[in-house]
Design a binder for this molecule. Structure first.
Ligand SMILES: [Zn+2]
Length: 166
């Protein structure tokens, strides 16, 4: 059990270190490095509290999705419904209706008035990243693509707990 844990820790730590290195280097040699890795903070987060934004950015980085949104927008409930209507989207009942993704603009809309807790926020953002990864509006495609993202979140939370972080 312990050996498995440390193997997971190594597997997780190495690519992250590598990414940070490459990113730092590409900033210094401007123009030379065109194939710089996608910056994890290139998207904007609008309307969230600073705490929500920090949480989202950290968790999205852990999920390591290849296709990131261009923006994540928190809107009040009336605006959320209004936006969904504008995009001719049917907003289903249940937790999934707390957010949706508009694929052409790569925008995730989040109903700020239906914010439940941090865990559910991150759980459903993984689903929305699944829509982006598959470029599909189908729920089954999004859920399938969200699987590895959620697994990375789980792994990261487990390792943080082992390291004694809050
Ligand atoms: Zn969906």
């Amino acid at each position: 059990m312990k050996l498995t844990t440390w193997t997971a820790l190594l597997l997780l730590a190495v690519p992250q270190f590598g990414w940070g290195q490459t990113n730092g280097a590409s900033k210094k040699v401007s123009g030379e490095e065109t194939a710089a890795p996608l910056s994890q903070n290139i998207y904007s987060v609008i309307g969230a509290t600073p705490r929500q934004e920090t949480l989202l950015r950290a968790q999205i980085q852990i999920m390591n999705a290849e296709i990131l949104p261009l923006r994540i927008v928190f809107v009040p409930h009336w605006k959320y419904l209004d936006t969904a209507r504008t995009f001719h989207l049917h907003v289903p009942t249940g937790y999934t209706s707390a957010m949706f993704t508009h694929l052409p603009s790569r925008t995730i809309f989040i109903d700020a008035d239906r914010y439940i807790n941090d865990d559910s926020l991150v759980y459903w953002v993984a689903h929305e990243l699944g829509h982006l990864a598959t470029n599909s509006t189908k729920e089954s495609d999004a859920d399938k693509a969200a699987g590895p993202f959620r697994a990375r979140l789980k792994e990261s939370a487990m390792l943080a707990a082992l390291a004694g972080k809050p």
